[in-house]
Design a binder for this molecule. Structure first.
Ligand SMILES: C[S@@+](CC[C@H](N)C(=O)[O-])C[C@H]1O[C@@H](n2cnc3c(N)ncnc32)[C@H](O)[C@@H]1O
Length: 251
C-alpha cells in the first residue's frame, strides 16, 4: 500500500489562531455537541483534576472551571493559542494552568482523575503518532481514570454537503479538507485539513499507549443547542455523525 506522507496538521491552528479562536468561541458544534458530550461522559467533574490535551485557547477549560470548579492543566503544541489562554487566565483567573507541550514532551508530577482531547487526535501527522496521545494520557491518569476524546468519525461519509456549519471534502485516502462556515452568511470563516484515521488506527494507538480497550459512542447535541439553533440545524449532524467519542479507561 502507498505510504501516506506526514503533514503538519497541527500547525494550521497556530498560524490561524486569531480566526480559529474567534470562530470557535460561538461555534454550536464545539459548545453544544462536543463539550456537553465529553462532560456527559465524565460524569461528576466537580473539583476533579483534569488534563486537557490539545487545549487550544482554553475555551473548554474556562467553561469547566467556571461551571463545575474543575481543576485543570491544559497543554497544546501551539504557542499562540497557549498565549491566548494564558492572557484570558490573567484577565479572569480560574486557576487553570496552561503550558506549551506535546504528548511526547509533556510531564507532570501529579496524576489526573480524567483526561480529555477535543478534536486533537485527527491532527496527528500520521496514524502511528496517535499512540502518543494515548500514551500521554495513560501515563498521567490515576487508575480508573478515563481519557475521553472527540475525533473525526472514521466511518463518516457525508462529504460535499453543508452539515450544520461545516463542509467536508475528501482530499485523498486519508485527508479531509473542511470549512468552518459562518452561521448566517454560510461564507467560509476558516479552512483546515484533518486526517480521517480508521477505527483500527485509533484502537491500535490506544492499545500501544497502554489502554486495554476503548469504547466508541455517537454524539448528540444538548438541549440548549437544540433550543438555540433548532432541530433542523442539527438534523444532518445527527444523521451523518461527523464526529465520534472515544472513551478509554486506565486499568
Ligand atoms: C481543532 S483544535 C481543538 C482545540 C481545543 N481542544 C478546543 O476544543 O477548542 C486542535 C488543537 O490541537 C492542537 N494539537 C494538534 N496536535 C497536537 C500535538 N501533537 N500536541 C499538542 N497539541 C496538538 C492544536 O494546536 C490545536 O490547538
Amino acid at each position: 500500500m502507498e505510504k501516506i506522507p506526514e503533514r503538519n496538521l497541527a500547525g494550521q491552528f497556530d498560524a490561524g489562531h486569531q480566526e480559529y479562536s474567534s470562530f470557535i468561541e460561538s461555534d454550536p458544534i464545539r459548545n453544544f455537541l462536543h463539550y456537553p458530550s465529553v462532560i456527559r461522559e465524565l460524569g461528576d467533574i466537580q473539583n476533579k483534576r483534569l488534563l486537557d490535551i490539545g487545549c487550544g485557547d482554553g475555551l473548554f477549560d474556562r467553561k469547566l472551571a467556571a461551571e463545575y470548579g474543575t481543576k485543570i492543566v491544559g497543554y497544546d503544541i501551539s504557542s499562540n493559542l497557549i498565549a491566548r489562554a494564558q492572557q484570558q487566565e490573567k484577565e479572569l483567573p480560574l486557576g487553570i494552568e496552561y503550558t506549551v507541550s506535546d504528548p511526547i514532551q509533556f510531564q507532570s508530577t501529579e496524576q489526573f482523575d480524567d483526561a480529555v482531547a477535543v478534536m486533537v487526535l485527527p491532527y496527528s501527522p500520521n496514524a502511528q503518532y496517535v499512540r502518543n496521545f494515548f500514551s500521554s494520557a495513560h501515563k498521567n491518569l490515576k487508575a480508573g481514570g478515563r481519557f475521553v476524546c472527540v475525533v473525526f468519525n472514521p466511518e463518516f461519509n457525508g462529504f460535499n454537503e453543508v452539515i450544520a456549519n461545516r463542509f467536508f471534502r475528501k482530499a485523498d485516502e486519508q485527508k479531509v479538507d473542511f470549512d468552518f462556515l459562518d452561521l448566517n452568511s454560510k461564507e467560509v470563516r476558516f479552512n483546515a485539513q484533518l486526517a480521517q484515521f480508521s477505527k483500527t488506527d485509533y484502537e491500535r494507538g490506544a492499545r500501544e499507549g497502554g489502554f486495554e480497550q476503548i469504547e466508541w459512542k455517537a454524539l448528540i447535541p444538548d438541549d440548549e443547542g437544540i433550543k438555540k439553533f433548532g432541530a433542523d440545524f442539527w438534523s444532518k449532524v445527527v444523521e451523518t455523525q461527523p464526529y465520534s467519542l472515544i472513551i478509554a479507561e486506565r486499568a
